[in-house]
Write a protein that binds this ligand. Structure first.
Ligand SMILES: NC(=O)c1ccc[n+]([C@@H]2O[C@H](COP(=O)([O-])OP(=O)(O)OC[C@H]3O[C@@H](n4cnc5c(N)ncnc54)[C@H](O)[C@@H]3O)[C@@H](O)[C@H]2O)c1
Length: 276
């Protein structure tokens, strides 16, 4: 497979899970990598692993919701490496709770990280990506950006919004003749810390839910997910469904239209009784 030698890639949320695996796979493919996270301990692990494989790496603490800091970060990355080719807006959080009981602040927090974090990362790097002459924005949505499930309205909203934003951006780049490719990423269940790191509305059995998620709903490793994502990037795919569950459920939703909601209301309640 074609490598990324000579390319500069930015990965947010690179201290764990998919972001960590992406950063390492990019480093292995020859890219110089700018990694960031709010979790500096996890980030240090990623940095060490990148250094161990001889990759050029710049590691910084960055909260993707802090727009001014993000702008300053983009400028610093370009100053450090001279350019930026790829931006993986990957940082994200999960939250579980029904609309009825969910405080506004929790919905806003999920939108801030999962949607606005992606918008911030795209906007601050876009001029640099255009200037590079060979840019690519990779925005991580979710399978939950393709269909909704009970107990996930905040996350569903943010991930649907990422999909809308990303699909419009891809068309704009083509229409405006800019040298920037755009890919929306929709992972199914990936074996990461996302549910362990998640928060939940009062009354939700978070521990039980984490156990169900880890044992029954995740089938793809972050490393496999990263390889699938990078294959899609190499092929300039508009959309990548990551993992077999994502591919199958996407077809099911397309076949049933809004009818999937009836199926999922029953299925999710049986499979994840502690989700809401
Ligand atoms: N794991 C899955 O099953 C799955 C499925 C679909 C989509 N996703 C998406 O994949 C992305 C990566 O998630 P993951 O599964 O690797 O989870 P993870 O919890 O293992 O990693 C997410 C990383 O993002 C960081 N982060 C959280 N808030 C941040 C902020 N405000 N600023 C900067 N960094 C922040 C965390 O510290 C963590 O290191 C997320 O956008 C998630 O929504 C994951």
């Amino acid at each position: 497979m074609e490598g990324f030698a000579g390319k500069v890639a930015v990965v947010t949320g690179a201290g764990s899970g998919i972001g960590q695996a992406l950063a390492i796979e990019l480093g292995r493919s020859g890219a110089a990598v700018a990694i960031s996270d709010v979790d500096t301990e996890g980030l240090a692990v990623t940095e060490e692993r990148l250094k161990a494989i001889g990759a050029s790496v710049k590691a910084d603490r960055l909260d993707v919701t802090e727009r001014e800091a993000f702008q300053a970060y983009a400028d610093a990355v370009v100053e450090h490496f001279g350019k930026v080719n790829q931006v993986y807006n990957n940082a994200g959080i999960a939250y579980v709770g029904d609309v009825e009981v969910m405080p506004f602040k929790d919905i806003e927090r999920v939108m801030d990280v999962d949607f606005w974090g992606v918008v911030n990362g795209t906007k601050v790097f876009l001029p640099h990506l255009i200037a590079s002459g060979d840019g690519h924005v990779i925005n991580v949505s979710s399978l939950f950006g393709i269909f909704s499930v009970p107990g996930q309205s905040a996350y569903n909203s943010a991930k649907f919004a990422v999909r809308g934003f990303t699909e419009a951006l891809r068309q704009e780049m083509i229409a405006n003749g800019h040298p920037v490719k755009v890919t929306a990423v929709h992972p199914g269940g990936i074996k990461t810390a996302i549910m362990r790191n998640a928060t939940a509305a009062e009354g939700v059995d978070k521990e039980g839910l984490t156990k169900t998620f880890d044992q029954r709903l995740t089938i793809t490793t972050p490393e496999k997910a990263a390889r699938e994502i990078l294959t899609a990037v190499r092929k300039n795919k508009a959309r990548v469904l990551v993992g077999p569950d994502a591919k199958i459920l996407d077809i099911l939703v397309r076949l049933t239209g809004s009818g999937y909601q009836r199926l999922f209301t029953t299925a999710v309640s049986r499979l994840v009784p502690n989700a809401h």
